[in-house]
Design a protein around this ligand. Structure first.
Ligand SMILES: [Fe+2]
Ligand SMILES: [Fe+2]
Length: 375
């Protein structure tokens, strides 16, 4: 049972429109529960960093040998519109892998040299290897399947990524710079691992994977991209292991530092503030951001769907870490957001932007940049 659920639906006013929201919440809960169950089948027995190290050796794979020739042929046969859809998926995952890869070696380097951190360092080093390879595997997709020059991969990925993800990446970058500065205290390294593994890899990136899997009409199957599917299946398994590393490290943080719980709850409140602001701004954009998200994720994914998926995933993780106060805060915020952003009859508001706004809007929003949504 997920921690936030039933009370959320009970708190809604009215009845008829409630059903639609209740259906949406139920669908999100079921998707998270399925994903958790699948993950647990693999990760359930891992209690220590040593277990994770052993699993990393068992699950090792070679992204550089995955055959992408069928994918390249399939991609050439797609319509332009279909090719754009594949590029949007590529954009988000390539950007995410690049940004985490940029910071992983710094996290490893920042751990103390003492023997009691050896096992944690060894586990994190397997992740460092994984992130480098994940990025490399997507660079192969860019060049061998999508026909993008290696030097243009970053630029193209940014262009096709959705801007909600870009805003989150900008914030991640700033946080890592601050927390992993030279001679930082260990509390800051632990905090960086929590933001990296729990918020970014699990709450944000795994929500993205779950939504796409449910709503993206199984793009890899429909467009016959078996190499990309094989690669991303292995990546998802690795990511489950990375989240376990962050959860174990966070347990250590909570044991070692008295103020750890307050610090983590503060980080989560800041993240929830951002999410609350973003979903409200999205709903105030006259359908523009919803249309942008639907383009990226599938027809019925609006900003509220994206928001609830992220928040509920956060609640699951906080519950697991014993941070009950955070779970209750998520619940309060999701309740408030749903009642504020539902129409009079309790239905989710999804506007369709007019043609002009649709044409100039994405460019306008990109130019306005993160400040529009984050402040
Ligand atoms: Fe990764
Ligand atoms: Fe990862």
């Amino acid at each position: 049972m997920l921690p936030v659920d039933t009370a959320t639906t009970e708190a809604l006013p009215g009845r008829s429109g409630n059903e639609k929201i209740a259906r949406l919440l139920h669908e999100i809960e079921a998707l998270i529960a399925d994903d958790e169950a699948a993950d647990r089948q693999i990760t359930g027995g891992w209690q220590t960093f040593g277990d994770i190290l052993a699993a990393a050796h068992t699950h090792t794979w070679d992204a550089y040998s995955v055959d992408l020739s069928t994918d390249a042929e399939s991609f050439r046969g797609l319509s332009r519109r279909q090719q754009e859809a594949v590029k949007r998926v590529f954009g988000t995952i390539y950007r995410a892998e690049s940004i985490v890869d940029d910071w992983m070696d710094r996290i490893v380097a920042a751990l103390p040299q003492e023997p009691k951190y050896e096992a944690m360092r060894a586990a994190l080093m397997t992740q460092e290897h994984d992130e480098r390879m994940h990025r490399g595997s997507l660079l192969r997709v860019a060049t061998e399947v999508l026909g993008i020059e290696p030097s243009a991969a970053d630029r193209v990925a940014k262009k096709y990524n959705n801007f909600v993800a870009e805003i989150l990446f900008d914030r991640f970058e700033v946080e890592m710079q601050q927390l992993l500065r030279p001679n930082r205290p260990l509390e800051d390294v632990y905090t960086a691992i929590f933001i990296y593994g729990v918020i970014s890899e699990d709450v944000v990136a795994n929500s993205d994977v779950v939504i796409r899997r449910a709503k993206g009409n199984a793009l890899y199957d429909v467009y016959h991209l078996p190499g990309m599917k094989e690669g991303q299946t292995n990546v998802r398994r690795d990511e489950g292991r990375h989240v376990r590393i962050a959860v174990l490290a966070t347990h250590r943080f909570l044991e070692e530092y008295e103020g750890a719980a307050e610090r983590l709850l503060g980080i989560c409140s800041d993240y929830m503030d951002l999410a609350d602001r973003m979903v409200r701004r999205a709903k105030a954009s006259h359908g523009l951001i919803d249309a942008h998200l639907a383009e990226s994720y599938g027809p019925d994914v609006d900003s509220l769907y994206y928001y609830v998926m992220n928040m509920k995933r956060l609640a699951v993780r906080l519950d697991e870490l014993g941070l009950r106060e955070g779970v209750l805060e998520v619940k309060r915020r999701v309740d408030a957001t749903i009642s504020e952003l539902s129409g009079d009859n309790g239905e989710p508001i999804v506007e369709t932007p007019n043609r002009l706004l649709k044409l100039v809007g994405p460019r306008m929003l990109r130019l306005a940049g993160a400040s529009r949504l984050t402040s």
